[in-house]
Design a protein around this ligand. Structure first.
Ligand code: GDP
Length: 433
């Protein structure tokens, strides 16, 4: 059986915590898309960790962690991440890397920086991890697959010279930057070969056999629906699909095996990078939510950048859940809202004088103004809901907030996270299920 843990919004919804928690019952955890451009923050008995490439299952002895073919594989980041967790006392994790995964090259990172520089004020707010140039090369069929490291050296050199001829044209004429050298790229690949060799595996075959043996597999998504290149806020999106459906491709498993899709929604909104963010808030109101948000503030796990903040957006989340094919919603970081007297919730978008609850394409989205409904907070009933373990014990206004959101988005909220740790979870049965 396969479960997917994915995001409904712009990312940073708390997927890492939910995956880490569900990982207890999983045999295998797979990353199926994205690269080291985003991170999960996980708090467990070993400490607090920001993971960028490793699946959140690496902290369990019983799970195998897999980097699927759909991932943008940055081999030195993977290597250093394994070392850093082992140095903090985590037992050596069992890791497999797909022989069909492609490699993020040092020049992808440079091209990402050069392009952002060139675009100046019109940049995408990239994390400059090389992800867009990487996926462009993958689909232009000039990427390097892990398997190629273990093939014929002459063919590899031949391919390098073809690839860098076009890269160097761009470097010389568009970016006016130093050129790439064939020998250096070859050496880089050979270094990667040594680092990745112990982990390489025919992952789709491994997963096929695991499914036949009845193993429990968890797919771990990065970012969220609104960053999907097809269904998100194009062009301010990421470069690989963030949807659970892509899990089948990026891991190499049959689509019908994905039985449960747990979509993670945060109880308020946050986003990084550029792009329309209808329920965004500013000034002191935003600063306070940012400071109190998540576990130690809403700052990027990879970049440390302050995240943009906003109220919960039912329009975006309803759409985000629909595009994921949600069976269950995990509603996270609810504890953070305890300080508010009243909580605005965005229930519609006004576009050209008409109110809609359906998430539009980017050009219309740019005109959207939020329509808010204001719900009472639970500050006076019980401001700190951390430590509560059953739904009934939550303050009444807090339950009203959950039930209001559930009705608006139309997908069952079956898990509520009220703190960053594994044990901070409340299961609930929903009338929508
Ligand atoms: P991800 O990329 O979706 O895994 O999300 P991030 O790790 O970037 O952001 C989630 C942040 O919120 C992390 O710092 C988590 O430790 C924290 N977190 C997750 N769930 C909860 C929760 O229910 N309450 C609080 N206060 N923090 C949470």
């Amino acid at each position: 059986m396969v479960k997917a843990v994915v995001g409904a919004n712009w990312g940073d919804e708390g997927k890492g915590k939910i995956t880490d928690m569900l990982g207890e019952k999983a045999d295998i955890i797979v990353r199926f898309q994205g690269g080291a451009n985003a991170g999960h923050t996980i708090v467990n008995d070993y400490g607090k960790f920001a993971l960028h490439t490793l699946p959140s299952g690496v902290f369990y002895n019983h799970t195998t962690s897999i980097i699927g073919n759909g991932v943008a594989l940055n081999i030195p980041v993977l290597f250093n991440e394994v070392r850093s967790i082992v140095d903090k006392g985590v037992p050596e994790p069992k890791i497999l890397v797909s022989d069909r995964a492609q490699i993020v090259m040092s020049y992808h990172i440079l091209f990402d920086q050069y392009e952002e520089e060139r675009l100046g004020g019109k940049s995408f707010g990239s994390t400059k991890s090389g992800i867009a140039p990487f996926y462009s090369d993958k689909y232009a069929k000039i990427g390097f697959q892990v398997s190629e490291l273990f093939g014929d050296e002459d063919s590899l050199r031949d391919k390098i010279s073809r690839v860098i001829a076009s890269k160097n044209t761009m470097l010389a004429h568009l970016y006016k930057k130093p050129l790439l050298k064939e020998e250096e790229i070859f050496d880089e690949l050979m270094e990667y070969k040594e680092m990745v060799a112990p982990y390489v595996c025919d992952v789709s075959l491994y997963l096929w056999n695991a499914l036949k043996d009845g193993k429990e597999i968890l797919l771990e998504g990065q970012l969220g629906s609104l960053k999907d290149p097809d269904h998100g806020i194009y062009p301010m999106v990421t470069s690989s699909s963030t949807l659970a459906a892509y899990g089948a491709i990026g891991a190499g498993i049959p689509p019908y095996e994905i039985r449960q899709i747990i979509t993670v929604c945060k109880a308020y909104s946050s986003a990084v990078g550029a792009g329309v963010f209808v329920s965004e808030i500013f000034g002191d109101e935003a600063d306070e939510l940012r400071r109190r948000g998540g576990d130690g503030g809403e700052y990027g796990a990879t970049t440390g950048r302050p995240r943009r903040m906003g109220w919960f957006d039912c329009v975006a989340s309803k759409y985000g859940c629909r595009m994921q094919g949600t069976t269950d919603v995990a509603f996270t970081v609810l504890d953070v809202l305890g300080y508010l007297d009243e909580i605005p919730v965005c229930v519609g978008y006004e576009i050209d004088g008409k109110v809609t609850t359906d998430f539009p394409t980017t050009s219309l989205l740019e005109k959207a103004k939020p329509v808010y409904e204001v719900l009472p907070g639970w500050k006076d009933q019980c401001a700190d809901i951390r430590g509560i373990r059953t739904y009934e014990e939550l303050p009444e206004n807090c339950r009203r907030y959950v039930e209001f959101v559930e009705q608006q988005i139309g997908f069952p909220i079956t898990m509520i996270s009220n703190g960053p740790e594994r044990k901070d979870i409340i299961y609930r049965s929903s009338s929508l299920k």
